[in-house]
Design a protein around this ligand. Sequence first.
Ligand SMILES: Cc1cc2nc3c(=O)[nH]c(=O)nc-3n(C[C@H](O)[C@H](O)[C@H](O)COP(=O)(O)OP(=O)(O)OC[C@H]3O[C@@H](n4cnc5c(N)ncnc54)[C@H](O)[C@@H]3O)c2cc1C
Length: 373
Amino acid sequence: MEKRPTALVLGAGIMGLCTAWGLLREGYSVRVVDQAPPPNPLGSSVDHHRLIRHAYGAQPGYMRMVDAAYAAWDALWTDLGEVLHVPTGVLAMDEAGGDWIRASRAALREDGRAITDLSGAEVTARFPYLSGEGLDSAFWCPEGGVLLADRIVAALARHVVARGVVIETARAVRVDAAHATLVLEDGSRRSAEVLVVAAGPWIPRLLPSIGQRVTASKQVLVRLAPPPELAETFARAPMILDLSGGFYMVPPVAGTPLKIGDHSFSLQGDPDDPDRTPDPREAERILELARRRIPALDRFTPLGAASCFYDVEPEERFVVEKISRRAWVMSGFSGHGFKFGAVLGQRLAQAIAKPELEAFIPAWAAGDEVVSA
Ligand SMILES: Cc1cc2nc3c(=O)[nH]c(=O)nc-3n(C[C@H](O)[C@H](O)[C@H](O)COP(=O)(O)OP(=O)(O)OC[C@H]3O[C@@H](n4cnc5c(N)ncnc54)[C@H](O)[C@@H]3O)c2cc1C
C-alpha cells in the first residue's frame, strides 16, 4: 500500500480543524494535538455564532475572499451532510459618515454587489424595532449570515476523526519548527513531515517571534432574549454593524441567543484564565453601545455575558506564513477569521501538497488582492 504523507496540526479550533480537513482531502495522514477536546470553550472559535459578510471597509482583498470562503463552506457542508449557516443579510449603519462605511459601500458597488442605501427614516420604516435617529448613512446588503460556530467545530471534529484523523488531547510546551515536532507537557514528542501551528490566542507563548506581532485580546459579549412580542421579529432580523455605536448584533437564529458585542480591542487578558464571566460593568458597557439603536433593549432578558479571545495583529491582517522548511503558522485573526476558516484551511493544505502554490498564501491571507487567489 502507498504510504501517505504525514501532517501534525497544533490546535483544534476552526483553523486547525479546517486545515486537517484540507490535508485529509489532499491525501495526508493527520494528527491534531489540542489541550482540550474540541470544541474548546476557552478557544476563539466558539460560542454559538460567527458572522460572514462582504462589507470589509478599506480591505477589498478580504471582501473578495468572501466568495471563496462561501465556496469552501459549501464544500464543507457537502462533506458534513448539513448546512450550518443561516442567511440573514447585513445592515450597516453610521452616524458620522465614517471611513469604514464609505469604503465598504464604494468597494461593494465597484464589485457589482447589490446594496441598498438607507436614510435614518428608511431604517426605522424597514426595521421598526430599530431607531434610525441621527444616522448619517446606512446600507442593506442581502448577502451575509451567521455561521453556527460551535456546531461547525464539533461536526468538523467528528467528520475528520471518522475519516482517520487522530485528535490527541495534550498540551504542547514547545514547537520545534525545523523538525516539524511538538514537545508535549509529559516530555514526549510528536513529529510529522509537516507541522501547522494554529494555536489561537495562545500563540505568543508557543512562538515568541509571532508573539511580537500578535496580541491576545479579551473581548466581552452579551447574550439576550428579546421580549416574547419581539422574538419572531428579531429571529428574522439582519446582522447589525453599527459603526458609530461601535457594536455588532447577531440575531437569534436556529435556536441561538441574540448576541451583542464590540470590536474595540482590549489587548489584555490571559486565555488560560478559566473564569470567562466578565465584570457586570463590562457587560453594561456593551449594552450601552446598543441602547440608542435598539430602543426596546431594556425589555430584553439577559442570558449572561462572556469573554472570548481575539489574536490581534495591529493591522488586522492574518499571518499564515512558513516558519521553517517544514512548518507553517496560522495566526493574527484579529476577531474576523472564522468566516475564512474553511477557505484558509483548504488553500493552505493545497499549498502544502503542491509547493508551487506556496508563494501566494502569505499575501493573500494578509488581505492583499492576489490575482491567483
Ligand atoms: C467574541 C468573538 C466574536 C467573533 N466574531 C467573529 C465573526 O463574527 N466573524 C469572524 O469571521 N470571526 C469572528 N471572530 C474571530 C474568530 O472566531 C477567530 O478568528 C477564529 O475562531 C480563530 O480560530 P483559531 O483556530 O485560530 O483559534 P482557536 O479557536 O482559539 O483554536 C486554537 C486551539 O489551539 C489550542 N492550543 C493553544 N495552545 C495550545 C497548546 N500549547 N497545546 C495544545 N493546544 C493548544 C487551543 O486549545 C485551541 O483549541 C470572533 C472571535 C471572538 C472571540
